[in-house]
Design a protein. Structure first.
Length: 321
């Protein structure tokens, strides 16, 4: 009797926020997962529950170096994604985006396998077009403090499409908009985790600018679902495709919602807006709707409640240690 070989899937950055959730889902779907991470920003805590899983393997490795493994598919999430983390070592951030893409594409070329690139809404910079469609080329400062990430991800997209055109590598490129949920790093400087941690500790909620800048927040489960649907589309669907939640909120409204859901009496304080911080961010997800029959399902209140519960538990556990 013939047995069907299970796919072995490489998740680069698999110990990070999104990579760990993707690993969970892939294991639930019956795949084998090779998690590759150098733990620059990923943590063992994110994958602790998977270490004893018979279909999960962990490899500590920096994707800036070549990788010699045998897999059937590749997901590239290997790069710090928050301003605090990617600005801490900007040269390494650019190297991770560019050299990491080159090494993983080289692996995909050798194995003749499909590869997914976790790109970002930051490729649009501080946009002049709203909402952002995939055809928009962006407004990015190439020499600013955010450039290591913004331009690194833009260069990675270039490499993916050149490898596709020259070497016929099957690629999937997704531009991910603000995503939140359990396992976000508490000190990553992103607005959802910042506000929740500050509110739970009765610290002032720090807003930059006047709070009128807007963001669109997608819960992690919705994002993982659309990534898997994208990966299972025919080879001619390469992207880039926006994935995220198109419902737009001001940062001030988000702060007030976090205060309401946590019951915190923390005050709101305002600080100067950082350089090149986008004033508006909202995806046009028409292509994702059409091609993947996908729509975000988790409303902000529900997603925030789950995220607050995660951080509340983490705070309690940290006090007990």
């Amino acid at each position: 009797m013939k047995t069907t070989k299970r796919k072995r899937i490489l998740v680069a950055g698999g110990a990070g926020f999104l990579g760990s959730h993707l690993s969970d889902r892939l294991l639930q779907e019956g795949y084998e997962v090779l998690c590759v991470d150098n733990f620059q920003t990923g943590t063992r805590d994110n994958i602790l529950h998977l270490l004893d899983h018979p279909s999960f393997e962990l490899l500590r490795h920096d994707v800036c170096l070549p990788l010699h493994v045998e897999v059937d598919e590749i997901y590239n999430f290997a790069c710090p994604a928050s301003p605090i983390h990617y600005q801490a070592d900007p040269i390494q951030t650019t190297k991770t985006s560019v050299l990491g893409a080159l090494n993983l594409l080289g692996l995909a070329k050798r194995l003749k396998c499909k590869i997914f690139q976790a790109s970002t809404s930051e490729v649009y910079g501080d946009p002049h077009v709203h909402p952002q469609r995939e055809e928009y080329w962006g407004n990015v400062n190439p020499v600013g403090y955010r450039s290591c990430y913004d331009e690194g991800k833009r260069c990675a997209e270039t490499l993916f499409f050149d490898y596709h055109r020259v070497h016929h590598i099957p690629i999937k490129v997704a531009r991910i908009f603000n995503t939140y949920g359990p396992r976000m790093h508490p000190n990553d400087g992103r607005v959802v985790s910042n506000f929740i941690v500050q509110a739970l500790n009765n610290q002032p909620l720090t807003l930059y600018g006047n709070g009128s800048q807007t963001r669109s927040f997608c819960y992690v489960d919705d994002l993982i679902e659309v990534i898997l649907r994208f990966m299972n589309t025919p080879p001619n669907i390469t992207g880039p495709i926006n994935i995220g939640n198109p419902t737009e909120y001001s940062v001030l409204d988000l702060a007030r919602e976090v205060l309401r859901l946590t019951g915190s009496s923390s005050p709101i304080i305002f600080q100067p807006l950082p350089s090149d911080d986008p004033k508006q961010r909202r995806p046009d997800i028409s292509k994702a709707r059409l091609l993947f029959h996908w729509e975000p399902k988790v409303p902000l209140e529900q997603g925030l409640q789950s995220t607050i519960a995660y951080f509340s538990k983490s705070e309690v556990e940290s006090r007990q240690c």
